[in-house]
Write a protein that binds this ligand. Sequence first.
Ligand code: SF4
Length: 427
Amino acid sequence: MGVSVADAAPASPELVHPELLKQSGQREVFCGLTSIVWLHRRMPDAFFLVVGSRTCAHLVQSAAGVMIFAEPRFGTAILGERDLAGLADANEELDRLVRDLLERRPEIRTLFLVGSCPSEVIKLDLSRAAERLTSQFNGRVRVLNYSGSGIETTFTQGEDNALLALLPLMPSSEVSQLLIVGTLADAVEDRFCSLFAKMGIEAVRSLPPRRSTDLPAVGKGTKVLLAQPFLSGTSRALVSRGAELIHAPYPFGVEGSRDWMAAAAAAFGVDPALVAQVLDPLVERGRRALAPHRKVLEGKRLFLMPDSQMEIPLARFLSRECGMELVEVGTPYLDRQLMAQELALLPSGTQVSEGQDVERQLERVRAARPDLVVCGLGLANPLEAEGIATKWSIELVFSPIHGCDQAGDLAELFARPLRRRQLLAFS
Ligand code: SF4
């Protein structure tokens, strides 16, 4: 289930820059609770307790249903009608529930209390609850809190908030290290670490780590390499702790992945000849894997609705490496600093839009009749019914798509719906 929020701001679009369309109005996007689905897989010793309603519980469970899990590491403390009406002491009930949970699950090392629309509406102070519970459990478990509420967050911002909650626990150190920030599939992370090691960069840490208690240090010697483009708050907070941000495109597609790794290598003063020696064979292989998908995608017209904040890097990959034509590239928020390298690589004149006024945007989709629309689950079915092929943006967060080795698989995710339509047209 997603959230539909009508902003108080005027609905008329405003052209701020020849190519940037600013929009505000009704938006159609998942809330930040969704990020629990990939975060709990990354940190198996953590537990995510949503403090919310049955709707929130349903959202997390149905989003998780997209993938198969052996043992759920998330749950929902349901705020009942008495809590919402202020008749019950929600803090007492929350404490009791957390005590029960931690007795049953002694292996939990970090407990995230995740705020939702209902907990926000009744102004339940989860940061105080987290402090209170941490001291009650005497350090046996660390209780943290962040917001995944649909009033404040879109789905990838949930990860940004979760990492921000971990940040104060990261020790300070001036040791020289590369810090990869943003959830990666474990196998992809291992691959990047082995490539960096071949280039002589051995001290590589990740945030979030695989174990919630094994947090990396941060300080003057830390160089931050963002693996995901939606971590504005976290990157700013790391810089305020002394870290340096490496400016690079994001590691999607062959070109982006190569430039991403090369930017890190340059920041550590690695000889460009060694970088080429390590990366050139990957680039070659990645391009070969892309070729069959490029045949399907080339010349096809693409419309990206604002959803995951991954739209601009994906548009860059799909236009430059797969030959797609960009009709409109939507993004929920545009962080110009984090997107500078990506924007520079888009074809000149690309229509980028920030924010959403969903009805107007759908009108533009219908008028343009693109070959493929990348959008959230809520918009995919109606567009498919109108004969427009769609790709669910949420799959892009769940799938291992980073790196030169994954470029072919990434292109395939977009080629698949087009191939399916072709088959249907012939049957
Ligand atoms: Fe819906 Fe808000 Fe709960 Fe998200 S946090 S599922 S938007 S009620």
